[in-house]
Design a protein around this ligand. Structure first.
Ligand SMILES: NC(=O)c1ccc[n+]([C@@H]2O[C@H](COP(=O)([O-])OP(=O)(O)OC[C@H]3O[C@@H](n4cnc5c(N)ncnc54)[C@H](OP(=O)(O)O)[C@@H]3O)[C@@H](O)[C@H]2O)c1
Length: 337
């Protein structure tokens, strides 16, 4: 075990696009676990669009990271010292931690990952920690897709979106995805089985959506907000559902974005628009993991991990999410399990 720790600390609240000075990468002493805690070494760090939200002081669903504090992140690591019966040395754990090589964890925030069966730890962490359950509960609980219905998802070649479209297919729906490049559109149609894809950066989105959804939209799984939400609202069917999962088109905004022009459709078509945070479903995670692992084992859900080596690259890598430079689940690898 090295005697130096590396920790990313929040130095500045971001304004607009992430700049290099929002976080600093520090060399520090390795912390000591208190009674009831463990010390673990980072294997993988999940990079998530919400990291940008936690750095800011916008209205949000948990307290923002304090200036000077270690950056918060979803982590997977291996226990090196335990002062709690909940953790064994050498055991793989995951949960809500910080962007640091070595860190302490207490039960509740950090938990054993458990046996991942035939699924490699990196895939289990990448899929089951956040994005799989987000796609699963957002689509099935809120979207309630019925066979034959049309499900549209934005950021469709991303971690959540790619799983949403594949679950929609498993449930017998027509799946239409919006993504930011022709390569991504090809990937989701040719490899993941989406029925249609729209490159929202090069196509006329309202026209392309109308063509791809000749029977209208029953479920729009919203990962982005903004103009794409507006275009989808216009095509929503009677009693359609919109799980509001994310608003990534607005996370770097410096001015309040305009409201959706097609807002009246919510009234006219009696739509259900419901925001959710995956943590709301924490107690039901095993349900999602059981179905997702089964579907992955059957080859009905394919996942792609976008893995970058080295904790020191975390901030530069995070920026990929906001430009669309990632495909699938973005994460940092420090050391494979
Ligand atoms: N509610 C929850 O509990 C929860 C949990 C996890 C994630 N989320 C949300 O789900 C969404 C997807 O997250 P993820 O982790 O799966 O990330 P991701 O989709 O893997 O990566 C983000 C993607 O968003 C797209 N994007 C970026 N800027 C955009 C813009 N201005 N307009 C349209 N698309 C844009 C990019 O793809 P393109 O190349 O296609 O532009 C990028 O690859 C995010 O909004 C995130 O906040 C919510």
């Amino acid at each position: 075990m090295s005697d130096t720790n590396h920790v990313w600390r929040l130095r500045k609240r971001p304004v607009g696009e992430l700049s290099d000075d929002v976080l600093s990468y520090e060399s520090e002493a390795i912390p000591e676990p208190a009674e009831g805690e463990c010390l673990f070494r980072l294997n993988y760090l999940s990079l998530d669009p919400t990291n940008r939200i936690w750095m800011s002081d916008m209205d949000q669903y948990m307290p923002p990271v304090e200036l000077g504090a270690p950056m918060r992140g979803v982590v997977c690591g291996t226990v090196v010292k335990s002062r709690s019966p909940a953790f064994k040395e050498g055991e793989v754990v995951s949960g809500l931690g910080v962007w640091a090589d070595y860190q302490v964890g207490a039960p509740g925030m950090i938990n054993p990952l458990g046996d991942t069966g035939p699924v490699p730890v990196i895939d289990a962490f990448g899929t089951f920690a956040v994005v799989g359950p987000t796609a699963y509960f957002g689509l099935l609980d809120i979207g309630d897709p019925q066979p034959g219905e049309t499900v549209v998802v934005s950021a469709a070649a991303g971690a959540v979106g790619s799983i949403v479209g594949q679950i929609a297919k498993i449930k017998g729906c027509r799946a239409v995805g919006l993504a930011g490049s022709d390569d991504k559109c090809r990937w989701i149609t040719e490899e993941l089985g989406f029925d249609a894809a729209i490159n929202y950066k090069t196509e006329d989105v309202p026209a392309a959506l109308a063509k791809a959804c000749p029977d209208g939209i029953d479920v729009y799984f919203d990962n982005v907000g903004g103009d794409i939400l507006d275009a989808c609202l216009k095509l929503m069917n009677f009693k359609g559902r919109i799980p509001t999962c994310g608003l990534i088109s607005q996370y770097n905004a410096t001015e309040p974005p305009p409201g959706p022009m097609n807002y009246p459709m919510i009234l006219m078509q009696r739509l259900k628009v419901q925001g959710f945070i995956v943590l709301d479903y924490a107690e039901r995670y095993p349900e999602a993991i059981a179905d997702l692992s089964k579907w992955m084992g059957e080859g009905r859900i394919k996942i792609r991990q976008d893995v970058v080596d080295g904790l020191e690259n975390a901030l530069q890598t995070l920026k990929k999410l906001y430009t669309g430079a990632n495909t699938g689940k973005l994460m940092i690898r420090v050391k494979d399990v």
